[in-house]
Design a protein around this ligand. Structure first.
Ligand code: MSP
Length: 646
């Protein structure tokens, strides 16, 4: 029977603007999923969006829309970002989907019938932002202990899940299952938390206060608390309760989360599963948080590192590599462009790029690119193949701990060994004599196999790079068909293979270019990563670099409607290829909304969002105007949405 492997990310708040923090968890899960597939596992990798709750209801109200329409639009930003990041999730669950809502209702009813849920009056301090109740003693300076915002005193009847009764059982479970909560420091933190009595969990919200949620099946005056609803996504994806019990994918091998949501997972979720009668996940791994140049990244659009922009600038694989190499998984990390460029130049351009490049170069020079047969063994060969076997084994063990940074360091140890092998065997000298040439064949064969082994090992982290390397090595068999087994024995690559040296996989970022990048990103006044203010040069001129800071994009108008009580404003929904935006344009005196739909216009895509007559505008559309006329800028041919305009 095939071994199965189920891995999950948190489901992200659909309202949030996706940033590198979200990308971090998702990439980490993707790497483990890809590795297990290579190792022959039947993998199920789940991510999704959390779409109920007060914040969504409020945002939809502000946008003047039904919450469902609102989340239908917003969740796409996550889906599209995951495509850009080469995320290989098998499913994407949304909590507003019927398949999920049915299971939540089924579980609630089951727990209610079993006496695990009761109704009681409740008085507490409520934090609207976190959608959580706090007791008086939890508060810090009278504010929410989690986010520091103001809390409101609320007294109401609600439903409660009898969570408190499971405290001793949970402590026992954590003590007996060393890997249940990782890293160790987080496990201790939860054991510390469980030293205090555990309250029951309020799992409902009265409909009059919050209607955007899953109705309680036994009382239609209430909806389900958003966390109780959201956590169930991890099992609702497998079907109804009986199906979950039989599912090959439950319990999960790893549930990856950020440290901020450890209590909800290791306490709420664990006790919920216990009450439902389902096994607990084997591992909940709480990773650290990213700051940016030492500053906390806030959830608002203005001070987050925008992943799409990073991908445009550096490429997908570079970001995937950097995030997992730079900081040990589990610790906090700081994002900086300087560190990123450092990694590109040393690890990627130098160590990795160099091995592939010099190998292909010499194959071309000495064997017209055709991989020779390895006949003559030498003293240097055995240490290289032994290192390969050792690293493959160590990497496999490190995956159990999700020690991504160590895994990459190990792979780079092998890369170093391969580069040393080339140095020590000195092919350029071997090429000078006839005897040497025989040995040269073996050396370059081994160097090529070392490149292939490296490509397979890095494939989970850098799938595009692995494919590029295979192409240059002349190997048509896709990485996943070669599989991990193909590197367990040295010598899979076939003599006679025609290699094709292509462009450098990771060109160095030279000092001048690096300085320019670093100069363009500075910390703004509002703690945000922002572009440095334009420096006028006295003549009112700007440099080409300054101009290029304006991100002009083609945008296709999907919807248009006049803004009530405004003579000039039209509210547009535009498609940017990777996302949809709401943009307000002062063009109502020149255009009727119907005339606009389907047109491709030019959008200033990196303009700071602004509120116009209560509506957020996420960009600006270009038009030419004088006193009499206003005409939208456009093109005399078709261009798809999202194309850069220069
Ligand atoms: N919707 C809940 C999770 C429900 S799971 C049943 C939620 N969503 S969230 O959008 O706020 O995203 C949470 C996750 O995003 C964090 O737990 C973490 O995985 C990731 N990150 C968000 N900001 C982050 C950083 N600055 N750094 C690293 N990861 C962070 O909570």
């Amino acid at each position: 029977m095939k071994k199965t492997f189920f891995i999950t990310t948190p489901i992200y708040y659909v309202n949030d603007v996706p940033h590198i923090g979200h990308a971090y968890t998702t990439i980490a899960a993707d790497v483990a999923a890809r590795y297990k597939r290579l190792a022959g596992y039947d993998v199920f990798f789940l991510t999704g969006t959390d779409e109920h709750g007060q914040k969504v209801q409020q945002a939809a109200e502000q946008a003047g829309r039904e919450p469902q329409a609102h989340v239908d639009d917003l969740h796409v930003r996550f889906k599209e970002l995951w495509v850009r990041f080469s995320i290989s999730n098998n499913d994407f669950i949304r909590t507003t989907e019927e398949r999920h809502k049915k299971v939540v209702a089924e579980i609630l009813q089951k727990l209610y019938d079993a006496g695990e849920i009761y109704k009681d009056s409740y008085e507490g301090w409520y934090c609207m932002a976190d959608e959580r109740f706090w007791t008086e003693k939890d508060l810090v300076d009278g504010n929410c202990p989690e986010c520091g915002r103001k809390v409101d005193k609320i007294k109401e009847f609600n439903y409660f899940f009898k969570m408190g009764q499971y405290r001793d059982w949970l402590v026992e479970h954590i003590n007996q299952n060393e890997n249940f909560i990782q890293p160790r420091s987080r496990r201790n933190e939860i054991l510390g938390f469980l030293k205090k009595p555990l309250d029951d969990l309020c799992i409902s919200r009265p409909k009059e206060r919050l209607s955007w949620g899953i109705p309680l099946p036994f009382d239609d005056q209430y909806v389900t608390y958003v966390w109780f609803d959201a956590l169930i996504n991890y099992i609702s994806v497998h079907g109804h309760l009986e199906q979950i019990k039989d599912s090959d994918y439950w319990p999960a091998a790893h549930q990856l989360i950020g440290k901020d949501i450890l209590t909800t997972h290791s306490v709420y979720w664990a006790t919920m599963l216990k009450a439902i009668g389902l096994p607990l996940p084997q591992n909940i791994f709480a990773h650290g948080w990213w700051t940016v140049n030492g500053q906390k990244m806030s959830k608002s659009l203005r001070n987050v590192v925008e992943p799409n922009r990073l991908i445009d600038q550096f490429g997908v694989d570079v970001i995937r590599y950097f995030l997992l190499r730079e900081v040990p998984f589990g610790l906090d990390g700081d994002f900086s462009h300087k560190a990123l460029i450092g990694r590109i130049n040393s690890d990627l351009a130098n160590n990795l790029g160099n091995l592939l490049n010099r190998t292909l170069n010499m194959l071309k020079k000495y064997f017209k690119g055709e991989l020779p047969k390895p006949d003559v063994k030498g003293d240097e060969d055995a240490p290289l193949t032994a290192k390969s076997a050792e690293v493959i084994k160590q990497v496999d063990a490190l995956y159990d701990e999700l020690a991504y940074s160590k895994i990459l360091a190990k792979i780079w140890e092998f890369l170093d060994a391969a580069n040393i092998y080339v140095n020590d065997t000195a092919p350029w000298n071997l090429a000078k004599t006839d005897d040497g040439k025989k040995r040269l064949a073996t050396v370059l064969y081994n160097a090529a196999e070392a490149c292939r082994v490296t490509a397979i090992l890095i494939a989970p982290f850098m799938p595009e790079t692995a494919d590029k390397m295979m192409k240059q090595l002349g190997i048509d068999t896709p990485v996943d068909q070669q599989g991990l087994d193909s590197i367990k024995k040295w010598g899979w690559i076939q003599a006679g293979t025609q290699t094709h040296q292509g462009t450098q996989i990771f060109p160095r970022i030279e000092d001048k270019a690096a300085a320019k990048i670093l100069e363009s990103v500075t910390l703004g006044d509002d703690d945000s990563i922002s572009e440095k203010p334009t420096e006028a040069n006295g003549k009112g001129q700007i440099t080409i670099d300054e101009f290029m800071k304006v991100d002009l994009r083609t945008a296709k108008i999907l919807e248009a409607e006049k803004v009530k009580k405004s003579k000039k404003l039209i509210k547009l929904k535009v498609d940017l290829g990777t996302e949809q935006r709401q943009v307000l344009a002062g063009i109502a005196e020149a255009y009727e909304p119907e005339q606009l739909i389907g047109r491709t216009v030019i959008l200033v895509a990196n303009l700071k969002p602004a509120k116009l007559m209560g509506h957020e505008s996420q960009g600006m559309i270009l038009a030419g105007s004088n006193d009499q006329t206003l005409i939208l800028g456009g093109f005399d041919g078709d261009l798809p949405p999202g194309v850069r305009v220069k």
